[in-house]
Design a protein around this ligand. Structure first.
Ligand code: ATP
Ligand code: MG
Length: 508
């Protein structure tokens, strides 16, 4: 018997309070069979919390969940899986040193013969174009393939509803396209997806219906065909929003950073960076375009002193910095927003205040001559940053661990943007940020540039590179294939170079 217009799951009057925050305030949603829902809302709106309740990771303070009209008690992810609910988290839950097969075996509730599971991985891979080699090590797979493993894990558990929390934040446009193909295929079999993203173009492409949250409350639900960018923005933030980032024509000053024939050879002799040369002057944003995994993170790490180079030289204001330690490089005026905030950007068990001054402490700024913290100054500075970057947090003493994903990113950006007074390396600076916050960060980069900083911008989002950069270098397999001035940058050419197609072949 069909229940209520094919409704699969209902969450009714869900409430969840954390100390100081009402994360979910009386939220009710329905998910139909064969429906893709986008869950939209600003950073800290309560999206992840609501989904963790549905997946049995959090217990709601109030409210109930029904599946096919029957009340269920989802008190653990195991229970959720049994009921046909799978979740793909933004931070993957894979063991990096194990193979794909081992990772899949690890999470199965019952024990199966490895051969059987291996065949299943291949079968699912072929069916949904999610092919991955079962014997590959996770840490050798690109992020898009790691995500495939997460999806396969969920599908092996016979999920009928897949929850995806910002799955595209770490994907390249090509990988996103593949993911969307999978979602459409999965949905056509009568399955459902709840999809979280901050990118409105993705929302408009993939969803049947959009549910908008604001400050822990459900603002509304709207069919895709009735939605547009303006309407969704209005629902999310309660007003219209100016997306435009004004480009500042800064005066180009002297050379700040020179990367001179830099190479990095990996442990197995593989060439990670191959003879890279570029320089950035004061008042200039240099954008690195490229498919992730082509050496851009290593380049950033090398300049920041986190990775040793095998050959070449890196000079800051004319002086070599390759033999300086990280502390000395920071003190010479280099700020770094790393791509992976959990690994290197933040100490999750420390407070927001502590994270905001992490790097400044040695610099004495917050200490008096008896080595005691100047707590009043610290408090004022912290509150300024929290306001400026609109970091949603009940108190500056809250642990970073308790912040929503986007608000964690804001803490890193707030700290680093003002830190490096010569060079700022910004790697995926807007990843996970809602569009208001993303626009603020972009405006801040523009402002810092016009103050005379040199900025190295690394981003998966070609549109972001095009929007902000004065010069654009395309990186492919550890090499900078070409460098363009912004006004002569041609999107098509850059796109081709990103996939390794060089000059001569353009005309074909
Ligand atoms: N474990 C926790 N302890 C305390 N507070 C929490 C916890 N998890 C979430 N919160 C708070 O609940 C609110 C909602 O957070 P949630 O992670 O659901 O937001 P979100 O909509 O997913 O945001 P984002 O887009 O930034 O990921 C935030 O204010 C957050 O600080
Ligand atoms: Mg979230």
């Amino acid at each position: 018997m069909k229940y209520l217009d094919n409704v699969f799951i209902e969450m009714e009057n869900i409430n969840k309070v954390f100390p100081g925050t009402v994360a979910n305030d009386d939220i009710s949603i329905k998910v139909k069979k064969g429906e893709v829902i986008s869950l939209l809302g600003e950073n800290g709106a309560g999206k992840t919390t609501l989904m963790k309740i549905l997946y049995g990771m959090y217990k709601a303070d109030r409210g109930e969940i029904k599946i096919d009209g029957k009340k269920v008690n989802i008190n653990s992810p195991q229970k959720a899986k049994k009921l046909g609910i799978g979740m793909i988290h933004q931070h993957f839950t894979l063991v990096p040193v194990h193979t794909v097969l081992e990772n899949v075996l690890l999470q199965l509730n019952e024990s199966y013969a490895p051969k059987y599971v291996e065949n299943k991985i291949k079968e699912i891979g072929n069916k949904y174009e999610l092919v991955v080699d079962p014997s590959a090590l996770i840490n050798e797979l690109p992020v898009g393939f790691q995500q495939r493993v997460e999806i396969i894990k969920a599908l092996l558990g016979n999920s009928k509803l897949l929850i995806m929390d910002e799955p595209t934040a770490v994907l390249t446009p090509q990988e996103t396209e593949k993911l969307f193909k999978f979602i459409n295929e999965f949905k056509s079999e009568g399955n459902s997806v709840i999809f979280i993203t901050h990118k409105l173009n993705e929302v408009m492409e993939i969803s049947d219906r959009i549910i908008v949250l604001r400050d822990g409350k459900k603002v509304g639900s709207i069919n895709k065909k009735d939605a547009d960018r303006e309407k969704l923005t209005q629902m999310m933030i309660g007003r219209e929003f100016d997306f435009e980032v004004k480009k500042n024509e800064a005066t180009i000053g002297k050379k700040i950073i020179e990367v001179d024939n830099v190479s990095i050879v990996g442990e197995t002799g593989n060439q990670i960076l191959n003879n890279i040369s570029l320089n950035i002057s004061a008042g200039e944003i240099f954008g690195v375009a490229g498919v992730s995994g082509n050496g851009q993170e290593e380049l950033a790490d090398a300049i920041a002193g986190l990775k040793k180079i095998s050959n070449g030289d890196i000079r800051l204001m004319g002086k070599s910095i390759v033999n300086l330690n990280i502390r000395e490089i920071i003190n010479s005026g280099v700020g770094y927003i790393p791509a992976d905030r959990h690994k290197v950007g933040l100490v999750l068990e420390m407070t927001v205040e502590e994270n905001l001054i992490l790097k400044s402490t040695y610099g004495q700024k917050y200490f008096n001559k008896y080595k005691l913290l100047k707590s009043k100054k610290l408090k004022i500075d912290t509150e300024k940053k929290i306001n400026k970057f609109n970091i949603k947090v009940s108190t500056s003493k809250a642990l970073v661990h308790s912040l929503s994903g986007g608000n964690q990113q804001k803490v890193v950006v707030a700290r680093e943007v003002t830190l490096g007074d010569k060079l700022l390396i910004a790697s995926q600076p807007t990843r996970g940020l809602d569009f208001g916050a993303a626009a603020y960060v972009k405006r801040t980069l523009e402002k810092e540039k016009s103050k005379g900083k040199a900025i190295l911008l690394i981003s998966n989002e070609l549109s972001e590179i095009m929007e902000l950069s004065d010069k654009i270098g395309v990186i492919y397999e550890g090499e900078i294939l070409d460098i363009f001035d912004r006004n002569e940058a041609d999107l098509k050419k850059i796109g081709l170079l990103m996939t390794g197609v060089r000059g001569e072949s353009f005309e074909k």
